[in-house]
Structure formats: C-alpha cells, structure tokens
Write a protein that binds this ligand. Sequence first.
Ligand code: 13P
Length: 249
Amino acid sequence: MRKKIVAGNWKMNKTHSEALALIKEINQHTVNDEVQLIVIPPSIYVSEVVNLAASNNVRVGVQNSSQYDGGAYTGELSSAMIKSVGAQFVLVGHSERREYFKEKNADLALKVDQLINDDLTPIYCCGEVLEDREAGNHFNFVKSQIEEGLFHLDETAILKIVIAYEPVWAIGTGVTASSDQAQEMHHFIRTLLTDKYGNDVANAISILYGGSCKPNIAQELFANSDVDGGLIGGASLNAQDFIAIANSF
Ligand code: 13P
C-alpha cells in the first residue's frame, strides 16, 4: 500500500519563536501510525525543527532546492546541504515558485535529479491555473508538467517521488477543488504513471491534494481512492487544524 501523507507547507510565515512554538504544539498530538506527517518550514529554521520533530516521528522538508551541485550560487541551497541537516523531503515546482520565480519544468527535472542522487524525496507539485481549467485545457497542462518534470526518470527513481496536485485557483483562495475534481485529476495523473511505468509502480506513488484543504473538507477529499493525503498551506500554520486534517483518513 502506498503511504498516506499530510505535509504542511509553512511558506514564508512565522518568526523563529513562532516556528518553534508551532512544532512543539504539533508534537503534543498523536496521529494515526498510518499517516506520515511532514512539516516544511522556512529553511532558516529547518535544523532546529528537525531536532524537535524527531521526538514525534514528524519528518521535515524544505520548500526549494538548487539544481546545481554547489559553489557560486548566492542564496541557493544544495540537496547535499539539505540532507546534511536531516531534512528528508523537498518541494519541487510549487506554483508560487513557478509563477514568481519563473521556474520551468526543465529546471525542475534537474532539481529532481539532484534530490534523488542525494536520497531525498522530491514532492513534485503540479496544477493548472483557472484559465486553463475554464478552457478545458487542465488535463493537458498537468500532463506536460508531469512528463517534462518527471518522465526522464527510470522506474527505480520515479518510485522515490511524491506528487502534489495543487490547482492554482484553489491555493489560498478558500475555493477548494470539489472531491470529484480532485479524484478526477488524481486518477488522470495515476493513469499517466500507469501508461509510462505500469500498474505496480503507479499504485505505489502517493499523490497529495493541495489548495484550501481545511479540516471540514479533508475527510471527503481523502476518501477518494486516488487521493493519498494533502499538502496544506494556511491550515498547517495552526497545530490543531493541521492535526485535524491528518486525522481525517
Ligand atoms: P493553502 O492550503 O493555503 O491553499 O495552500 C496550499 C499550498 O500551496 C500548499 O503548498
């Protein structure tokens, strides 16, 4: 069975003391053993959060990484650095990185390679903007994100990936994708994986939903056969909401 995952992307939120308070509060709760909890704080806090999170089997991720090995790339973090502080997951191609920092699928493919070489788990983000959905182009759009960012990987490497489907129109808007819209796209993504890598591989890859996922809707979303958990933004900044979502399977 593939893993159930609930990951909290804190984005550019929380001061140092607030970030430590949040992980400490998350630690006070228990979550069903079947669910892997991941927190993804701003990089500057990652070392400390790794140390605090370990006591509750919460894993830690980073929001971005470099496609380069190391050297003269001011402001960037290499996958080796991320590994050396004990983080295990890295978001790749979040829509905010794609939109504001002009990240392209070809760059993301290189980032994925770096991470896999260093034995980190990329959480590869995809999702269409509203105009694409309204034009009926959402499946094609997501298909090219998946193909161009991931389909250079062989079978062993693709098994190390987690995919997050985050429709851009649902992120931070309070407009959650309906349960049917989420399942339809997750099933589409799994079919792409099946066509390329076969059933066994496709069935082993977790596909998370993200975009205004809140405690009141999580259970309905997670009940879908192809929705294996969530990538949570706003609601992950509050420990009780985050834990309520993680307990929604
Ligand atoms: P919201 O849950 O705030 O919509 O954010 C989703 C997201 O972008 C997680 O990466």
